[in-house]
Design a protein around this ligand. Structure first.
Ligand SMILES: Cc1cc2nc3c(=O)[nH]c(=O)nc-3n(C[C@H](O)[C@H](O)[C@H](O)COP(=O)(O)OP(=O)(O)OC[C@H]3O[C@@H](n4cnc5c(N)ncnc54)[C@H](O)[C@@H]3O)c2cc1C
Length: 500
C-alpha cells in the first residue's frame, strides 16, 4: 500500500460519528497529525441515536470529559438497561441490565444455581438478583461509587446536542471545521487511494487518511471506493423507523423501553427536557401510514415534532478500512438499534484506530487487523440482536412467525443449543456482551435449559435458598437506599426539570 506517512486526517461528516472521531483523534494524537472535518449543515445528521451503553462512560473518561458538564449540555439522563416488553407474549416483560446478575462461582455461573433453586422452589425471579434491575424498576439511581452501591450505567442523550458538545470539545483542541457539501471524491489514478474531497464551492481538501463519517450516504467508502455491503436483512428484517419527540409525562425512567408490536418494536428514551420515541418496523409487514397511526396511538405525551421516516438496511460494509479510508458510524454499516450499540461501535472503532494508527503510512496488515477485529465484534452484536427476534412466542403474527422459523447464523444456533442443553453461556474474545447479558436475554425470551450444572444440588435446598434470599434482601435494601432517579438528576444537573 502507500508508504506515505499520515500527517493529515480528513474526516468527512460531522454527526455523532464525525465529532466523536475528531474529539478522540485530536485529544490523543493531535500533536502529530493535522485534523480537518468537513460537514454540511444543509444536509444535517440522522438525528437519532440517543440511547447508549456503558462504553460511553469509559470513552468520556479517556477524553477527560466532565460528567456533570456533559449531562447538562446534552440534557442527558441515566440508563441502567433496557426493559423488553411484549417480546415473548403480550404483557410479559423482562429486563436486560448493565449489571451483574447474582453471584457466580469459579465452577458454575449464577444461572446454574438459580435454575436449581427454581426447580427446588426456593428461588425468586431472576430480576431479584440484579441491583441495576431493582434500581431501574423502582426508578432509583445514583452515579458514582458513593454509599452502599456502585451501579453500572450509561446515558440517554440528545443526539444533536451531543454532536455540538463534542464539536465544542474538539475545535479548541485544534480540529479545523470546514462547512460545505462534498460533491466529488478524487482518487489517485495509480494507487486508487483517495486523494482529495472536492466541495461544491470548488474547494479541494487533500489528505493522507480519510475517515468516512457521512452516514448512510457512505460517500467515500462506497461512493468512491465501491467497497460493497453485506446485507443482513434476512436475519434482521426491520428496515424502517419513525422517530418523534414528545413531552415527558412523568419523572424520567432510568432505562430505555423496547416494546414489541406486531411488526417490530417501539423505543422510548427519556431525556431531561423531552422523550425520544420511535417505531422500528418491517416495511414488508407494516405500511408507513399504518406505522404512523400505530406510533401515534402508542406514544405517551404531546408530540413535539412530526414523525420522521428513516430507511435503513441492517448489514455491514465488506471492509470498514479500505485503502486510505476508514468508515466509522453509519457509513460502516448498521445493525438495527435494539441494543443501542451504534455509538459504542463508533467509540470502539476510533479507539481501535488509535491503537492501529498508520503513522508511517497505510499498510495492508494494519487494515486487515482492524477489519478482522471490527467484524468479530459486529457479528457478536448481530447474533445477540437476532436472538431477541428469533426466540419470540408471538405466534400468529406473520412478522414474528417468520423470525421464529428463519435460519439463523451457525454461531448463534450453536450458542442457543448449548444454553438449551446445559444452561451454559459464554463471552467469546472481543465480544461485547457479557455472560450476564446472554443469560438475561435467553431466559427472558423464554429459552428453558434442559439441564444445568450440579453445583446447586450439592449445596442443597436449604443453603441455596438461604443464600439467594439473603442476596435478594441485600439488593432490595441497597436499591431502596438510593435516591429517585429524577431527584438525583435534578440535583446533579440543576437545569433538569421534568417537563410534563
Ligand atoms: C432509527 C435509528 C435509531 C438509532 N438509535 C440508536 C441508539 O439508540 N443508540 C445508538 O448508539 N445508536 C443508534 N442509532 C445509530 C446512531 O444514530 C448513529 O450511529 C449515530 O448517530 C452516528 O451517525 P453518523 O454520524 O454515522 O451519521 P449522520 O448523523 O447521518 O451524519 C452524517 C454526516 O455527514 C454529513 N454529510 C453527508 N453527506 C455530506 C456531503 N455530501 N457533504 C458534506 N457533509 C455530508 C452530514 O451533514 C452529517 O454531518 C440509531 C440509528 C437509527 C437509524
Amino acid at each position: 500500500m502507500s508508504g506515505r506517512p499520515v500527517r493529515k486526517v480528513v474526516i468527512a461528516g460531522g454527526g455523532t460519528a464525525g465529532w466523536t472521531v475528531a474529539a478522540a483523534l485530536v485529544k490523543n494524537i493531535g500533536s502529530l497529525v493535522e485534523i480537518v472535518l468537513v460537514e454540511s449543515d444543509a444536509i444535517g445528521t440522522v438525528g437519532v441515536g440517543e440511547s447508549t451503553i456503558p462504553t460511553a462512560r469509559r470513552f468520556h473518561e479517556l477524553l477527560g470529559i466532565d460528567e456533570r458538564e456533559f449531562v447538562r449540555a446534552t440534557q442527558a439522563s441515566f440508563k441502567l438497561g433496557i426493559s423488553f416488553e411484549n417480546w415473548t407474549r403480550d404483557r410479559e416483560r423482562y429486563f436486560h441490565s448493565f449489571g451483574t446478575v447474582g453471584r457466580s462461582t469459579w465452577m458454575a455461573d449464577f444461572q446454574h444455581m438459580w435454575l436449581e433453586a427454581r426447580a427446588m422452589g426456593v428461588a425468586g425471579p431472576l430480576e431479584d438478583y440484579s441491583l441495576e434491575t431493582q434500581a431501574a424498576l423502582t426508578g432509583k439511581f445514583r452515579a458514582g461509587s458513593g454509599e452502599g452501591s456502585s451501579l453500572n450505567y450509561a446515558y440517554h442523550l440528545d443526539a444533536t446536542a451531543y454532536g455540538q458538545y463534542l464539536r465544542g470539545f474538539a475545535e479548541p483542541l485544534g480540529v479545523t471545521r470546514i462547512e460545505g457539501k462534498i460533491g466529488d471524491v478524487r482518487l489517485n489514478p495509480e494507487s486508487g487511494f483517495i486523494a482529495s474531497l472536492v466541495l461544491d464551492n470548488g474547494e479541494i481538501i487533500e489528505g493522507d487518511l480519510f475517515i468516512d463519517c457521512t452516514g448512510f450516504r457512505a460517500l467515500l467508502i462506497e461512493g468512491a471506493l465501491e467497497t460493497g455491503y453485506e446485507d443482513w436483512t434476512h436475519w434482521l428484517s426491520t428496515d424502517r423507523a419513525l422517530a418523534v419527540q414528545t413531552k415527558a409525562v412523568g419523572p424520567a425512567r432510568p432505562y430505555t423501553r423496547a416494546i414489541a408490536h406486531r411488526a417490530g418494536w417501539q423505543w422510548q428514551i427519556p431525556l431531561q427536557h423531552r422523550v425520544g420515541n420511535g417505531l422500528v418496523y418491517s416495511s414488508a409487514h407494516l405500511s408507513d401510514d399504518d406505522a404512523i397511526r400505530l406510533l401515534e396511538s402508542r406514544v405517551e405525551g404531546e408530540m413535539l415534532t412530526d414523525p420522521r421516516l428513516i430507511r435503513y438496511v441492517s448489514g455491514t460494509r465488506r471492509a470498514s478500512w479500505n485503502r486510505n479510508c476508514v468508515a466509522i458510524g453509519l457509513s460502516s454499516g448498521f445493525v438495527e438499534p435494539l441494543e443501542s450499540t451504534s455509538i459504542h461501535l463508533i467509540m470502539i472503532a476510533v479507539t481501535r484506530l488509535l491503537q492501529l494508527f498508520p503513522f508511517s503510512g497505510v499498510n495492508e496488515a494494519l487494515a486487515a487487523r482492524y477489519n478482522d477485529l471490527s467484524r468479530t465484534e459486529l457479528e457478536g452484536i448481530r447474533d445477540f440482536i437476532i436472538l431477541h427476534y428469533h426466540l419470540n412466542e408471538r405466534a400468529g403474527e406473520p412478522f414474528w412467525d417468520r423470525c421464529r422459523i428463519m435460519e439463523i447464523p451457525d454461531s448463534l444456533a450453536s450458542r442457543i443449543a448449548l444454553f438449551r442443553e446445559s444452561a451454559t453461556a459464554f463471552q467469546a474474545n472481543d465480544e461485547l456482551f457479557r455472560i450476564d447479558s446472554w443469560v438475561q436475554v435467553m431466559l427472558g425470551q423464554g429459552l428453558q435449559p434442559d439441564s444445568h450444572h450440579a453445583l446447586g444440588r450439592m449445596i442443597g435446598a436449604e443453603r441455596l435458598g438461604g443464600s439467594l434470599a439473603s442476596l435478594a434482601a441485600n439488593i432490595r435494601q441497597q436499591a431502596g437506599s438510593l435516591p429517585q432517579h429524577q431527584a438525583f438528576l435534578d440535583a446533579f444537573s440543576p437545569q433538569a426539570q421534568p417537563s410534563g
